[in-house]
Design a protein around this ligand. Structure first.
Ligand SMILES: NC(=O)c1ccc[n+]([C@@H]2O[C@H](COP(=O)([O-])OP(=O)(O)OC[C@H]3O[C@@H](n4cnc5c(N)ncnc54)[C@H](OP(=O)(O)O)[C@@H]3O)[C@@H](O)[C@H]2O)c1
Length: 262
């Protein structure tokens, strides 16, 4: 059966390839990007039924507008893949004074997902892009009171999205499924080329696991879990994501920042 799937950051990399893979299998894909020219090009390249939505996820007003625009067009989505992410960027602070990595990789998907919950039925999937790079969150950095280096900000933002995935799964006991996925390390996207200066591995490795997480039978009971595609199995995230005290503090901080920005 054809599904309707939103993929954030589907103008490049793993997100674009996931969109192509899903669309070629007859699913309707809601493409999202921050750059209208790249979004138009993605819509041309993805053969199948698509819609496009533009929003800069480093701005909370645009996150809210994105959710509103989608809800105007749809009464139900089958999956949301929170794929958009950043590692190395020129301007590391948002206009509101937060690290762009926390904003795009953690706060924006949290806020977007919460706003879309009314149109996500119990059997829908929320697929959150984590990473093998995870590090305990410095709450001062999360609140924008302290600056981190690129890898530090990235790894902490990825632990934070892993934490909110687990906590949201506990909250949504009757569904939808909320799962965090490391798509595989050093896959050949621009993030990897710019961040690590290496060519990287076939991005289809990442696209295939995101498709499976969004619609496959093996993720039906995956809520609250972490899938590590470096080993091809459900696994444990970084120990800090399993630490109840740390998770509670991170959740409190995420909720405080998101409330402040709303
Ligand atoms: N590649 C890997 O080996 C790897 C490993 C672990 C996890 N991941 C995760 O996988 C996800 C996809 O990354 P990728 O490797 O495919 O990187 P990528 O090629 O750089 O793609 C990132 C996507 O996010 C979009 N994006 C970035 N900042 C945005 C913003 N402010 N607002 C809206 N969209 C924004 C980009 O838009 P533009 O096209 O405009 O740049 C692009 O579509 C990320 O969450 C990343 O952390 C990747």
């Amino acid at each position: 059966m054809s599904k309707t799937i939103l993929i954030t950051g589907s103008t490049d990399g793993i997100g674009l390839l996931t969109a192509k893979t899903l669309a070629s299998n007859g699913h309707r894909v809601l493409l999202h990007g921050r750059n209208q020219t790249k979004l138009d090009k993605a819509a041309e390249d993805v053969e199948g039924e698509t819609e496009t939505y533009a929003a800069d996820l480093s701005r909370m007003d645009e996150v809210h507008k994105l959710a509103a625009d989608i809800r105007k067009q749809h009464t139900q989505l089958d999956a949301v893949i929170n794929n958009a992410g950043v590692l190395k960027i020129g301007q590391t602070q948002t206009a509101d004074g937060y690290d762009v990595r926390f904003m795009v990789n953690t706060f924006a998907p949290y806020s977007l997902t919460r706003a879309l919950l009314p149109i996500l039925p119990a059997n829908a999937r929320i697929v959150n892009l984590s990473s093998a790079a995870q590090a305990p969150v410095d709450l001062d950095a999360l609140h924008g009171r302290k600056q981190l280096d690129d890898m530090g900000a990235y790894a902490q933002s990825k632990l934070a999205i892993t934490i909110w995935s687990r906590e949201m799964a506990k909250e949504l006991v009757d569904g939808p499924v909320v799962v965090a996925v490391n798509p595989g390390s050093l896959l050949a996207s621009k993030m990897v080329k710019e961040g690590f200066g290496v060519e990287g591995k076939d991005m289809q490795i990442g696209a295939d696991i995101l498709c499976e997480a969004a619609i496959g039978a093996s993720f039906e009971d995956a809520t609250g879990k972490y899938f590590d595609n470096d080993i091809g199995a459900f696994s444990q995230p970084h120990a800090a994501a399993l630490d109840a005290g740390h998770s509670a503090k991170v959740m409190q901080a995420i909720n405080a920042v998101v409330a402040k920005l709303s």
